[in-house]
Every structure is written in structure tokens, then in C-alpha cells.
Design a protein around this ligand. Structure first.
Ligand SMILES: CC(C)(COP(=O)(O)OP(=O)(O)OC[C@H]1O[C@@H](n2cnc3c(N)ncnc32)[C@H](O)[C@@H]1OP(=O)(O)O)[C@@H](O)C(=O)NCCC(=O)NCCS
Length: 202
């Protein structure tokens, strides 16, 4: 099952991703249905998937809870369980990236800190994009990353993007931070975090 939980509706996946590295992939079930999920992939060598090149890195590729089940502690419980399992594979630092405004306070509340920020812009309009034409391609729409060293206001002024998203990178050191002990409001009844698949290269 795939659920569109993104505010922007961008890059809706048709299939659940497969990871080449060790991974922890969990779903939370309630009322006999999947209401949340989490995917963590551990990095096989520093810098392969994460921005910071350090040992023991993992990427939180996905975490989501269905709208009507949010703010009940389900994502916290998924993260607690996911981090606990990933630590057994050597996870020391977890990285997470998001453009979703509702996810940012959640990460901060959990104990992540923001370490990077850049922007995504969508620019439509043939005239504005003519300068990017190359190899016989006439660019009519562009989705681009504006890196921190570039002045976003200049880009906005010049290209008047249709959409601008702020993408934030969060990190947490899981070796020094105890697992979030807050009890899920639904814990003990129907909610359980299940390990859907945990494949690795052991
Ligand atoms: C972000 C998300 C996973 C949080 O799931 P959740 O199950 O509602 O989170 P929890 O109930 O465990 O919340 C834990 C804490 O974060 C806070 N929090 C969660 N969502 C929040 C929001 N939108 N705004 C402010 N705080 C929020 C909660 O209030 C809670 O704090 P508390 O302990 O003081 O009560 C969920 O909103 C979601 O699926 N969003 C869409 C998908 C997404 O953005 N995924 C992440 C990026 S890929």
C-alpha cells in the first residue's frame, strides 16, 4: 500500500523503495490497518547516502502517519523502535530531510537539530527558461535546488518561481540521546510497531 502523505504531493512513489544497505522498515498498525510507516537505511560507507561524512550514519528516508491518526505518539513510537533496531546494526547518527512544514516541529520535538537548509524552486515559463536550453531541448519547466550560497531573493526576483519549498536537513546523535520514553497515547491497545522487513548484508 502506498499513501500520499506529502503536503506538496511531489514525487509520489508508485512502489516502495528498495534499499541496498542494511535497513529497518517498520509499519504501525491499528484497527487492522497500516496507519504509519518508517524506513531507515544504514550507510555502508561515510558520505554514500548522507550529507555529513561520518561513521555510523543512517538516513531516515521516510516516516509518515495517516492524517486521522496523527498527534497520538505513533511517529515517536516508530522512531523509538526504528532507532533501537538500527543501533544494533551500528547506527550512531541519523539524518532526515524534509520540505514538509509539519514535520519540522516534530523532528525538533523528538530531539533532532537542523544542520542544513536550502530551497527547492519550480519555475514555469518558456521565456524565463530560454537561457537553460541545451542539446536541442527547449526548457519549459524547471525544478531546481537553490543552494545556501546562492541568494534566494535574487532567484525569486529574476525567475518568479511558481513554488518555493524550504528543505531542511536534521540530525540526531543516537549514541548520547536516550530513546524517547513518552508513552504513545494509543500504546498498549491496538497499536503495534511491526517490523515489516529488515534486510541486511550480514
Ligand atoms: C510528521 C508526522 C510523521 C508526525 O507524526 P505523529 O504521529 O503525529 O507524531 P507524534 O504524535 O509522535 O508527535 C510527537 C511530537 O511532535 C509534535 N508534532 C507532531 N506533528 C506536529 C505538527 N504538525 N506541529 C507541531 N508539532 C507536531 C507533537 O505535538 C508531539 O509533541 P508532544 O510530545 O509535545 O505532544 C506526521 O505529521 C506526518 O505523517 N506528516 C506527513 C508526512 C511527513 O511530513 N513525513 C516526514 C517527512 S518525510
Amino acid at each position: 500500500m502506498l499513501i500520499d502523505l506529502t503536503a506538496s504531493g511531489e514525487e509520489l512513489l508508485k512502489q516502495k523503495p528498495k534499499y541496498s544497505g542494511k535497513s529497518v522498515e517498520l509499519v504501525a498498525t491499528m484497527d487492522s490497518k497500516i496507519v504509519g510507516f518508517l524506513d531507515i537505511e544504514l550507510e555502508s560507507s561515510p558520505g554514500k547516502i548522507c550529507h555529513k561524512k561520518v561513521e555510523g550514519n543512517g538516513m531516515l528516508w521516510d516516516i509518515g502517519v495517516m492524517k486521522e491518526y496523527r498527534k497520538r505518539g505513533i511517529a515517536t513510537r516508530l522512531l523509538n523502535e526504528g532507532i533501537g533496531r538500527a543501533k544494533k546494526y551500528g547506527l550512531q547518527r541519523l539524518e532526515a530531510w524534509t520540505v514538509e512544514e509539519n514535520a519540522k516541529p516534530f523532528y525538533e520535538r523528538y530531539g533532532f537539530t537542523k544542520f542544513y537548509e536550502y530551497h527547492h524552486v519550480r519555475i514555469n515559463g518558456r521565456e524565463k527558461l530560454r537561457a537553460f536550453d541545451r542539446n536541442g531541448l527547449h526548457i519549459v519547466s524547471l525544478y531546481a535546488h537553490v543552494m545556501p550560497e546562492t541568494d534566494l531573493e535574487d532567484i525569486i526576483e529574476k525567475y518568479k518561481p511558481k513554488e518555493v519549498f524550504t528543505c531542511s536537513g536534521f540530525e540526531i546523535n543516537v549514541t548520547t540521546r536516550p530513546i524517547n520514553k513518552k508513552r504513545s497515547k494509543t500504546e498498549g491497545d491496538h497499536t503495534r510497531a511491526q517490523e515489516k522487513r529488515s534486510h541486511n548484508n550480514r
